[in-house]
Design a binder for this molecule. Structure first.
Ligand code: MN
Length: 209
């Protein structure tokens, strides 16, 4: 008997996300695909995650899941900065609320905070019509406007064509607008969770107790 495995262009599933986790051992949500809009707007979350290496997980609601990128240096408000963003597994919508400590021995073990959260909208147009996010993702050219507590304004996510294994490389770049600011280091000036006010340091202290 043959089984056909759907590739990246098919319906989103959470198979990879689920296969890497034992939900009896981690508090991360099990979740499901929850399609609920026509795909030009959605929720976004950026989670700071102190796993083996510190990174920021940028997640955009596309087609009922949180399409995700790990950004080692986090977002920058300076349009001159091109921040590497490595595409990771799609996560369930419920993950946008997740903050806490993934226990030792589990995938991605370490503290996670909700660094920013809000909504976004696609601003990439063709002939005056907004291109749906699903198409932008497939074209590896995303232009969005963030409406978060910390992040505001237009950002681009551009696929570079490079990949390590099946992890494709993109660049996260602030686009020029009134929110662009080369002098502002938003990662340093705003380290706290928008959900709890806690920082990664605070969670690490809790871990030691
Ligand atoms: Mn992560």
């Amino acid at each position: 008997m043959f089984f056909l495995i759907m590739g990246g262009c098919g319906m989103p599933t959470l198979k990879k996300y689920k296969s890497k986790r034992d939900f009896s051992k981690t508090n991360e949500p099990r979740g499901a695909v929850k399609k609920r809009n026509k795909g030009e707007t959605g929720l976004f979350v950026i989670q700071q995650h102190a796993a083996r290496a510190m990174h920021y997980d940028v997640r955009l609601e596309i087609d009922g899941v949180l399409v995700s990128w790990a950004v080692p240096k986090g977002p920058s408000m300076n349009p001159a900065d091109k921040r590497l963003a490595i595409q990771t597994d799609d996560h369930p919508m419920e993950y946008a609320k997740f903050e806490g400590i993934i226990p030792e021995g589990n995938y991605g073990a370490g503290p996670v905070i909700v660094w920013d959260r809000g909504t976004y909208r696609s601003i990439k147009e063709k002939d005056g019509v907004v291109i749906p996010m699903k198409t932008c993702l497939k074209n590896r050219h995303i232009e969005i406007e963030f409406h978060g507590k910390k992040l505001q304004g237009a950002f681009a996510l551009i696929g570079t064509g490079d990949a390590v294994g099946e992890k494709s490389h993109w660049l996260l770049i602030k686009m020029h607008d009134e929110y662009a600011d080369a002098r502002r280091n938003i990662i340093k000036s705003h380290p706290e969770s928008v959900k709890s006010g806690l920082t990664i340091k605070d969670l690490k202290k809790k871990l030691k107790k």
